[in-house]
Design a protein around this ligand. Structure first.
Ligand SMILES: Cc1cc2nc3c(=O)[nH]c(=O)nc-3n(C[C@H](O)[C@H](O)[C@H](O)COP(=O)(O)OP(=O)(O)OC[C@H]3O[C@@H](n4cnc5c(N)ncnc54)[C@H](O)[C@@H]3O)c2cc1C
Length: 308
């Protein structure tokens, strides 16, 4: 209960422009590098290589979100295309997450689709997978529409995300399973501040919805990316996977860079596919503040950095 309150308060405070500008001035001093692999791809490469060498798969995320101009969306699209090109020159797996408001979906559906097609075409050419991250509630329907439009246009190298804290997610899952033969879906609890009208506020309900969505997706033959650090839930899901005797192609575990390193390794050592979401880029503030909101101890770590 107090944890939910902490999370909502921190996400609210983090939205204030004054807090954002103070945090950005402090930069890496406040511990950003624990969650963000670097401000440039060059800086992030050693972390990516180290993860792959230790048996973990990677999912690269070029930070940036809620772009408010066409020029900004064009610039981000070019940066994503450039990242795909540069990934091709490495031996790393080509797997990226992108945020639809990064390349213009928040400005118009047409612009979002046009830029997504450019990204997906490039990804196809370099044999990359693209996941459309799920942002806050106003972008849920546009993102699901975008995902469906891309699938209808024949792109198979695309997946998206559903958030178990939303009341409607189970029904969105069922619609996707009906429309789309074998979608690949990442299931998360949800990272944004949403109102009680649209989202469960109670952890037990978010967790129950999470469990149900993962089981429903697996039962329907979708590929489910189980993206949580909740060890209780993970243990229950592992028991379910054993009972269902599902092959490794049907699921993977996904965790965030810098979070629960022991769990990342132990899941991999047990033989599960484990993919780490690795963000990089200069626009780290929104991502970083969501990570602080998830765990009070993370905020203490920042405060110690500021005062130490
Ligand atoms: C790979 C991946 C991709 C994601 N993509 C999206 C997305 O597209 N859209 C979206 O809305 N959300 C996304 N999220 C974030 C997600 O919605 C949650 O906000 C986040 O994962 C925390 O919830 P949890 O499932 O780990 O469970 P919780 O119940 O919050 O946490 C479970 C345990 O993990 C620990 N933990 C959780 N977060 C942290 C942290 N930041 N630092 C240290 N310990 C932590 C907690 O302290 C607790 O012990 C993603 C998460 C992952 C792992």
């Amino acid at each position: 209960m107090w944890h939910d309150l902490y999370r909502k308060t921190l996400l609210g405070v983090a939205d204030a422009p004054f807090i954002e500008s103070v945090a950005k001035k402090q930069g890496m001093k406040i511990g950003v590098s624990r969650f963000v692999a670097g401000e440039t791809l060059e800086e992030a490469l050693p972390a990516l290589e180290k993860l792959e060498q230790s048996g973990l798969a990677i999912n690269l995320d070029l930070l940036g979100e809620f772009i408010s101009s066409e020029g900004g969306a064009e610039e981000m699209t070019l940066q994503i295309l450039d990242t795909l090109e540069r990934l091709e020159k490495t031996s790393l797996e080509r797997y990226m997450s992108v945020k639809p408001t990064q390349f213009g979906l928040g400005l118009s559906r047409d612009l979002g689709l046009k830029n997504a097609e450019r990204i997906l075409s490039k990804a196809q050419a370099v044999n990359a997978h693209i996941c459309l991250d799920m942002e806050n509630y106003p972008y849920l329907e546009p993102t699901l529409w975008l995902y469906q439009s891309l699938r209808e246009k024949g792109f198979a190298n695309v997946s998206t995300v559903l958030q178990s804290y939303l009341h409607r997610s189970m029904s969105d899952l069922k619609s996707l399973l009906e429309l789309d033969l074998k979608p690949t879906l990442r299931i998360v609890k949800g990272a944004y501040r949403e109102s009680p009208e649209v989202a469960f506020q109670d952890k037990a309900k978010v967790d129950a919805s999470y469990r149900e969505m993962v089981y429903a997706g697996l039962d329907a033959g979708a590929k489910i990316n189980i993206a949580t650090h909740d060890e209780g839930l993970i243990n229950e899901i592992k028991a379910y996977l054993r009972g269902a005797n599902l092959s490794k192609d049907h699921y993977e575990f996904q965790l965030l860079y810098g979070v629960k390193l022991g769990l990342q390794q132990s899941l991999a050592q047990e033989g599960h596919k484990v993919r780490i979401y690795v963000p990089y880029g200069k626009d780290w503030y929104g991502y970083f503040s969501r990570r602080l909101a998830e765990r009070p101890a993370n905020l203490m770590f920042v405060l110690r950095g500021l005062t130490g």
